[in-house]
Design a protein around this ligand. Structure first.
Ligand code: PLP
Length: 438
């Protein structure tokens, strides 16, 4: 792709020289400022942002209430370490999250910094509570890049290759990815096979599931699958952990995506949109389970940082005051409509799916051009038209939509117009071939 702007090109050179290539970059641009659903790069170009820092900005970029909350906190103190000197906002946030989590059981919340840290701590707590070692995760799952979270991640390239050996006692079962032939029933049969052939349920501490796959391709798990998973884990004394780091916080039209199934998990991991860009994660869990570790077993220097807690409390206010759950449904319906129209015109769009405003569009291969290449062409074309997109899926052939939920209808229509025009341009340049789906 042509990079003409001089500030961007000189920074790209410096980036290549000073930053390792392992940190992949989706877009060859540098941000100057952002607001709502928009980003402006250092050369002044404006973009609609359908990525939101990978699902971090459900309340939009630089929301005035979030900025004000951080600024007010900055004036008072920035850090004490909650384990050393406590502060009120940590407790207030825990109380609000406990009240929001689904189900009647009493909850407690632990605050941390990153998503991977939340997942790792959830497993530690489940192990302590059950006194069992094993963990079951799913194919296509993404749980983070630290060693246990990476061991649980069910996608090989590029996350796991070369980074082993991985943690022991981590098992993977197929995720119910219906478009790829994995019905809820087939996945549950495979889970039972896993119990028979690899690990007895009596040795399993936790099953960790994303109610909607994020990195794995925006695949919602059928409600009956989640309900059966709840029954199996309950009957076998296994802790059920819903990883809502990408699909939670209003993205699917409910505060937590698991609510669509009516299931009460034992723990929910949250991060990303929780604090609108400040590094914060958490585990909301059944109080008796969360209290399994003894004092000193949990924590971290920066866990529940005061600036992040201030941002998180403002984020909860915004979700409520601006009706963002309802808004997610309305946005999702509009996006789905636009993508379904595209699918009707372009046979190499294999699937359009989603829940609320968490929508994915999966490409098939087109002759020699793979689904991944088609997705990348769309991403490049859309960027040139002022729209930022991101791929997902183990084949990187899914375009995922994570538009900030504060976007207005007119702005959304303009951005979707750019998406449609970009997609039409990609297929006009690459006429349909007779190749089969992959
Ligand atoms: C479902 C899920 N779990 C865990 C993580 C890891 O979060 P982090 O990158 O903050 O460690 C991610 C990140 O994309 C995620 O989508």
């Amino acid at each position: 792709m042509a990079i003409t702007a001089s500030r961007t090109s000189s920074l790209l050179e410096a980036r290549a020289k000073h930053v390792p290539r392992g940190v992949g970059n989706s877009h060859p641009i540098f941000v100057d400022r952002s607001a709502g659903e928009k980003i402006w790069d250092i050369d002044g170009k404006e973009y609609y942002d359908f990525v939101g820092g990978i699902g971090v900005l459900n309340v939009g970029h630089s929301h005035p209430k979030v900025r004000a909350a951080i600024a007010a906190q900055l004036e008072r103190f920035t850090h004490t370490c909650f384990q050393v000197v406590m502060y009120e906002t940590y407790v207030q946030l825990a109380e609000r999250l406990n009240a929001l989590a689904p189900g009647k059981s009493q909850k407690k919340t632990l605050l941390l910094t990153t998503g991977a840290e939340a997942v790792e701590n959830a497993v530690k707590i489940a192990r302590m509570h059950t006194n069992r070692p094993a963990v079951i995760a799913f194919h296509h799952a993404f749980h983070g890049r630290t060693l246990l979270a990476l061991s649980m991640t069910g996608e090989n390239e590029p996350y796991k290759q070369g980074f082993g050996p991985f943690c022991s006692e981590v098992y993977h079962a197929p995720y119910p990815y219906e478009y790829r032939g994995w019905t809820a029933k087939r996945s549950l049969d495979a889970l039972n096979d896993l119990f028979e052939s690899q690990v007895s349920p009596s040795r399993v501490a936790a099953v960790v599931v994303e109610p909607v796959l994020g990195e794995g391709g925006f695949v919602p798990a059928p409600a009956e699958f989640l309900r059966e998973l709840r029954r199996i884990t309950h009957d076998n004394g296994i802790v059920l952990i819903a990883d809502e780091i990408q699909c939670g916080y209003g993205r699917t039209g409910k505060m937590f995506a698991i609510e669509h199934s009516g299931v009460e998990p034992d723990m929910i991991t949250v991060a990303k949109s929780m604090a609108a860009g400040m590094p914060l994660s958490g585990i909301i869990g059944r109080a008796d389970i969360m209290d399994a570790p003894t004092a000193g077993g949990l924590g971290g220097t920066y866990g529940g940082n005061p600036l992040a807690c201030a941002a998180a409390l403002a984020t909860l206010d915004i979700i409520e005051e601006e009706n963002l759950l309802e808004r997610a449904d309305r946005i999702g319906a509009r996006v789905l409509g636009a993508l379904r129209e595209l699918k009707a015109r372009h046979p190499k769009i294999g699937d359009v799916r989603g829940r609320g405003a968490m929508i994915g569009m999966e490409f098939l291969s087109d002759g020699d051009v793979s689904g991944r290449q088609l997705a990348q062409r769309l991403i490049d074309e859309a960027r040139s038209r002022g729209l930022l997109l991101l791929a997902a899926g183990s084949k990187r052939s899914v375009i995922r939509i994570l538009v900030p939920l504060v976007i207005g209808d007119d702005e959304l229509d303009t951005a979707l117009g750019r998406l449609t025009a970009s997609c039409d341009a990609v297929f006009a340049a690459s006429p349909p071939a007779s190749a089969n789906a992959t």
